[in-house]
Design a protein around this ligand. Structure first.
Ligand SMILES: [Zn+2]
Length: 352
């Protein structure tokens, strides 16, 4: 059985070595459920492969400490190993070191100034419809009730606030198909891309300063499709584009901005994920920041903090591991950083 009261380096390694690629989380969920089930001050609930463990200290404020159990597929980095003072291997950064810290907190913190809901959920790394938080929201929304949520995604041990939204869309240029030997009978859609590439290349990213922190928007073509055969003038080319927008912009406004920018092309929205505010005016976040006392940075990537924010719950990212190494074959994290994050959270939960 998984020993959640052991030293954090070994606990992280034990978690890394339970394979849990998205949609294959049963084994790790079983172990997390079993080990938390032995902790007297927790009530444990399972929804599919997500585990929810709640304290009932009788406080009027509740905080959520959350992390996903799944990883991306292995890339010659499974099983993991300990090398000197680091844990190396699949998911060590994203995010089994965070899961290790949360599990040990769940075990160790038997008295706190808030009630706590620990959330270990499935399938964060794949499409939203599989996301464990989504399933809990649909089946048992009350389990997510709280006043403040911490996502233990890798932040290198600093506090990351807000998050940028993401808009994915497709623009296409239409031409007219013809034989390439008699090209004057057609209109080449690929050649029509000049204007589109010009728009992308000359786009100036907005860098709004929000609550004192500088965000950085983005507009990147991520895929291109076009062409028929070696002797055909192509009549269609499509480009997939990803726009990252700052917390001061709504998904609707972001979509309008993009439609305006690409007004001369066919525009098709693929999906949109809302941004999240910084939450810096929230009392619980202010108190958290003052107790933790570490650096603060804006979150450029999209995370599940936005899911909490859209439910009106302020949320931040705070966890061990360098986010630049997430999904990287060389994932590794220092044991010291896992311990630092654990100790900070423990101090925050238990300091009156
Ligand atoms: Zn993650």
């Amino acid at each position: 059985m998984l020993k959640i009261d052991q030293e954090l380096g070994q606990l992280t390694l034990d978690l890394v070595n339970i394979s849990s690629v998205s949609q294959d989380e049963k084994a790790i969920s079983d172990q997390v459920q079993e080990s938390l089930g032995l902790v007297k001050h927790l009530k444990v609930t399972r929804i599919n492969n997500s585990i929810i463990a709640q304290t009932n200290f009788g406080h009027n404020k509740r905080v959520v400490i959350a992390g996903h159990l799944d990883t991306v597929p292995a890339n010659h980095n499974f099983p993991g190993k300990k090398i000197d003072n680091e844990i190396v291997g699949l998911g060590s950064v994203d995010m089994k070191s965070g899961i290790a810290a949360a599990l040990k907190l769940a075990h160790d913190v038997s008295q706190a100034k808030y009630d706590i809901t620990y959330l270990f959920y499935e399938s964060e790394e794949i499409e939203t419809k599989y996301n464990g938080l989504e399933l809990i929201t649909q089946q048992s929304k009350d389990l997510l009730n709280c006043d403040f949520a911490i996502l233990m995604e890798p932040t290198n041990g600093i506090i990351e606030i807000g998050c940028q939204g993401s808009l994915r869309f497709e623009v296409s240029a239409k031409g007219k198909r013809s034989h390439s030997a008699r090209w004057w009978n057609g209109k080449n859609a690929i050649h029509d891309l000049t204007d589109l590439l010009q728009i992308l290349n000359s786009y100036k990213s907005r860098e709004p300063v929000i609550d004192g922190y500088k965000f950085r928007e983005g507009l990147q073509a991520v895929k291109i499709n076009g062409g028929v055969a070696g002797n055909v003038v192509p009549d269609l080319v499509t480009v997939n584009i990803n726009h990252r927008f700052a917390p001061d912009t709504t998904p609707q406004a972001a979509e309008e901005n993009m439609k305006k920018l690409f007004k001369d092309f066919n525009f098709k929205l693929i999906d949109v994920a809302a941004s999240a505010p910084t939450g810096l005016n929230n009392e619980l976040i202010k108190e958290f920041i003052s107790v933790i006392g570490t650096d603060i940075a804006p979150k450029f990537g999209w995370t599940d903090v936005a899911r909490f924010a859209s439910a009106g719950i302020p949320a931040i990212n705070f966890g061990p591991g360098d986010p630049n190494l997430a999904h990287h074959p060389d994932e590794k994290v220092t044991i010291k950083q896992i311990e630092d994050v654990f100790n900070s959270l423990k101090k925050w939960l238990t300091t009156k």
